[in-house]
Each structure stands twice: as structure tokens, then as C-alpha cells.
Unconditional design. Structure first.
Ligand code: SF4
Length: 478
């Protein structure tokens, strides 16, 4: 029996997806397909800007790619370069003017940019430019880069874009288009993914490689942390705009939840990593049970890993309605509340009379998993053992992921036993921090601040600094 309860989604919210093209006729169509593949990274709004080297056209709006681009002829079909963006508002409001790519007319032409991440010094830079008389068009952190690029101090100097990027702190993967080129850059810590691919004689950039497979592109390599890649009519050029820190800080939550299982992220296949998480969970938190089920879709791979390692058969205890979007990405609480209730149904025939292990990727507030445990019991499960394929999320993220405050995070103030009691499970087991990093040879290059509270980069006044511990110095202005 399914509950009629209305609740807010219990997952963190991401973030954005970006896709760019240079040197391929029909860039608009390619970006359109790329954004479809990245839709899971943001459902609030989307946009595409294309150019033929002389003119620029853009179209953007609030809603899904299929809604905003219901008429495919809205952009020229044969222009050969462009960038696109799907948005979730981590900073700035949900207003239409915050939908990217941003397009601005500078003294030397039109610049477009698309951003994935969160700039931790954006407020400071914004105040500085506003004090000097600048007028901002949006409330996004991303717009500060436009103002730095337009600043005569940078505009008149060589390596203008590299110098501008070096002023930014925090998490960023940027695509930037001018009339001559498309550029891609990643922050020196490499928080967010960004990859380069080839299509014919041209190039594409994508937040995740799943977008390459579905646009006919071949994965070439990742944009390196601290690297600025420029593609123009002479080919691909690479330069570093900042010295690499001692350790990178790839977001491990991309592996746990955000990225699509068919993507290669930070050089690893996401499905394979999640399978390893499930296997590790089975070793760390074994239990006698009859079936393993997943909370689909993000729990699928880990549940399979748990099943194979434990020897407990996998089955489908929940069925997902695929015509409901990923609820966590909808920014308005009401939308999330209304759709989460529609998202899953329990299969009583599968769970009735069974001792059930249910594997989910994370617990944020605890409300959703609590309802799901109750549904399983209502459907006849005799025992419900919850296994979570990451450690307790106890700290907020300042690098582009929209977690609730520490007070709202259930693990921010409650022990695992208290959480187990709250969600009504017979047992509750979280993956350890060691288990979380065990798939990676370069474990120190991963950020896990939302679990540990140890932040790899100063967050510059965003929240309670007293709980932050900086592991590496801020990057110098260059
Ligand atoms: S704090 Fe968590 S969600 Fe944010 S970048 Fe680090 S690992 Fe990712």
C-alpha cells in the first residue's frame, strides 16, 4: 500500500550541466541532444547560444529541454559552434534572467558563458564591481566572470581569460564562447567534471561523457584541473591558468549520486564505482535477509553490488515512474513535494513475508526513507534493513551542491542509532569513509567535506566558518 503522504525530496540537489561544440555544422542540434543527456543535472531551466563566427543567436527558458526547445527550428540549424546549459539554481533565484548561457556585449564583441559549480568569492567580487559602478543583470555567482573579463585591467592584458579565471575561487567548470573560439576551463581543484570529445573534425565539451555517447562524439580526455582549453580555427590549444594545489578535490558525491551510471567521471565509470560501494557495504554491514532491493535509480548499482557480494538475491521491490522528473532537482519545494509522492510504488508481491535489504544512495533529512520503510512494512515486509552507499551527510556543501543547512541534515545532529529509530528500520548501515574512497588510488584527490566537515578550500564567509578547516592555501591571484 502506498502512502498518501506529501513530503519534500530527501536528496541533495545539483548543480548544472554544460555542453559545447566547435567546428561541427548543426551545432544547435548537437547541443540540444547533449543537454537532453545532461537533463538529470538540472531541470529548472536551459539555454543554447550558437554562432557562425559573425552572428550570435540564443534561446533559453525555464523548464525541461523538451519544453524550452519544443520547436527545434528556433535556432539556425547549420551554424558550427555554440554552448548550452541545464540549470539548477544553487545560487541566485529561479528567475528567467538567471538561466544560462549568459550572453553579454563587451567592447570587443559578444561573449557567452555557461557555468557548473559555485564560486566561493563571488559575493566579494560582486561587491567590489558594484562599488565601482557595475550593474549586474543576474543574481548568479557566474556573472562575476563577465565583469572581470570586461574590466580594462584584464581586457588590455595578454592571457586575459586565464588571468580572469585565476581570480575565481571555489568550484567551476566553465564554457566560454567568443566569435572566434570556444573555451573550456576547470577550477584547479577539479571539483566538477568536464570532458573533451571529437566529432568529425570538430570538438565537443560535456559535463559528463554520457552526453558524448548520445551525440556521436568520441571521448578524448578530461579538461585538467586548472587548465584552459581553447578551440579555434587553428585547432586545440591548452594552457594552465593556476598552479595545481597539493591535492585535487573531485566531488565524491558525483560518484555516489549525481552522475549518470553510464558516464566516466574523474576517469572512472560511475556504475562500476557504485557496484564497489555496494560490495563494500555488504562486507561492512552484513545481515541475514531474503532479498536486496534498490531505491531506483540511483541505488540500483550499489544494490546489485550488495547482492552479488552477500549472495542475497536482487529483486525489484520499488517501481519508478519514469515520467516524473528527478524530484530533487526541482527548485520549488511545492513542486518537489507534489512529485515525490508520485515517484515510486512498492511491489507487495516481491516484499511480502520477506526480510528486505533496501539500498539507497544517501539520507539527507530522513523523511523520504522513513516513508519508504513504512511502505515496505505496509506491503508485508517482515524486516527492513536499510543500507546507504555513502557515510552520513552531516555538513553542507559550498561547492555547487544544494544541501540543506546542518540543522536540517538529520546526521548533522543525530547518531546512526537515532536515525535508525527515526526512519523505523530494523537495522541501518552506512558506508564508511574508508569504503567511500576505497575504489580510488588517488583517494586524497577527492572532496568528502559533506561527510567529514573538512573543507578542501576556504568557503569565504559562506556559512559558519568555525567548522571549516582549510587543507590547502587559497590560490594566489595571478
Ligand atoms: S562537500 Fe560533498 S557534495 Fe560538496 S563538493 Fe565536496 S563531496 Fe561534493
Amino acid at each position: 500500500m502506498q502512502s498518501n503522504a506529501i513530503e519534500v525530496s530527501d536528496h541533495p540537489a545539483e548543480e548544472c550541466g554544460i555542453f559545447g561544440v566547435y567546428g561541427v555544422s548543426g551545432a544547435a542540434g548537437l547541443i540540444h541532444r547533449g543537454l537532453f543527456s545532461l537533463q538529470h543535472r538540472g531541470q529548472e531551466g536551459c539555454g543554447i547560444v550558437v554562432s557562425d563566427g559573425e552572428h550570435v543567436r540564443s534561446h533559453k527558458g525555464q523548464g525541461l529541454v523538451s519544453e524550452v526547445f519544443a520547436d527545434p527550428s528556433v535556432l539556425p540549424s547549420d551554424w558550427n559552434r555554440g554552448i548550452g546549459h541545464v540549470r539548477y539554481s544553487t545560487t541566485g533565484s529561479t528567475r528567467i534572467h538567471n538561466v544560462q548561457p549568459l550572453v553579454v556585449e563587451c567592447v570587443d564583441g559578444i561573449w557567452s558563458l555557461a557555468h557548473n559549480g559555485n564560486l566561493t568569492n563571488a559575493d566579494k567580487l560582486r561587491r567590489m564591481y558594484q562599488d565601482a559602478g557595475a550593474i549586474f543583470q543576474t543574481s548568479t555567482d557566474s556573472e562575476v566572470l563577465v565583469h572581470i573579463l570586461a574590466d580594462p585591467m584584464y581586457r588590455r592584458r595578454p592571457q586575459r581569460v586565464a588571468r580572469a579565471l585565476a581570480e575565481l575561487h571555489g568550484a567551476f567548470s566553465f564554457l566560454i564562447m567568443t566569435k572566434d573560439c570556444v573555451m573550456a576551463a576547470r577550477d584547479p581543484h577539479g571539483f566538477r567534471p568536464l570532458s573533451i570529445g571529437r566529432v568529425g573534425d570538430g570538438y565537443v565539451f560535456a559535463s559528463e561523457t554520457c552526453a558524448m555517447a548520445q551525440t556521436g562524439a568520441t571521448y578524448l580526455r578530461d579538461v585538467e584541473p586548472g587548465e584552459l582549453v581553447t578551440i579555434d580555427e587553428t585547432g586545440l590549444h591548452s594552457s594552465m591558468f593556476a598552479d595545481p594545489p597539493e591535492h585535487k578535490a573531485h566531488c565524491v558525491f558525483e560518484m555516489v549520486y549525481f552522475a549518470r551510471p553510464d558516464s566516466m567521471v574523474f576517469g572512472r565509470n560511475v556504475h562500476a564505482v557504485r557496484m564497489l560501494y555496494g560490495a563494500c557495504l555488504a562486507k561492512e554491514h552484513p545481515v541475514e535477509a531474503d532479498i536486496v532491493i534498490a531505491v531506483p535509480d540511483s541505488g540500483n548499482s550499489a544494490a546489485l553490488g550488495y547482492s552479488r557480494t552477500s549472495g542475497i538475491p536482487f529483486d525489484f521491490g520499488f517501481i519508478r515512474n519514469h515520467y516524473i522528473g528527478r524530484t530533487f532537482i526541482m527548485p520549488q519545494v511545492e513542486k518537489r513535494a507534489a512529485s515525490v509522492d508520485m515517484k515510486l510504488a512498492v511491489l507487495p508481491e516481491v516484499v511480502r513475508g520477506k526480510r528486505v535489504v533496501v539500498v539507497d544512495d544517501s539520507i539527507v533529512r530522513g523523511t523520504t526513507i522513513r516513508h519508504r520503510v513504512a511502505w515496505l512494512r505496509s506491503a508485508g515486509a517482515v524486516e527492513v534493513h536499510v543500507r546507504i552507499s555513502c557515510p552520513p551527510v552531516a555538513h553542507p556543501c559550498f561547492y555547487g551542491i544544494d544541501f540543506p543547512t546542518r540543522e536540517e541534515l538529520i546526521a548533522g545532529g543525530q547518531s546512526v542509532e537515532e536515525i535508525r529509530e527515526f526512519i523505523g528500520a530494523d537495522t541501518l548501515g552506512y558506508l564508511s569513509e574508508e569504503g567511500l574512497l576505497s575504489p580510488f588510488e588517488n583517494a586524497p584527490d577527492y572532496c568528502k567535506a559533506c561527510f567529514s566537515g573538512v573543507y578542501p578550500l576556504d568557503v569565504e564567509g559562506q556559512g559558519d566558518k568555525s567548522r571549516h578547516e582549510s587543507l590547502s592555501p587559497e590560490l594566489p591571484f595571478q
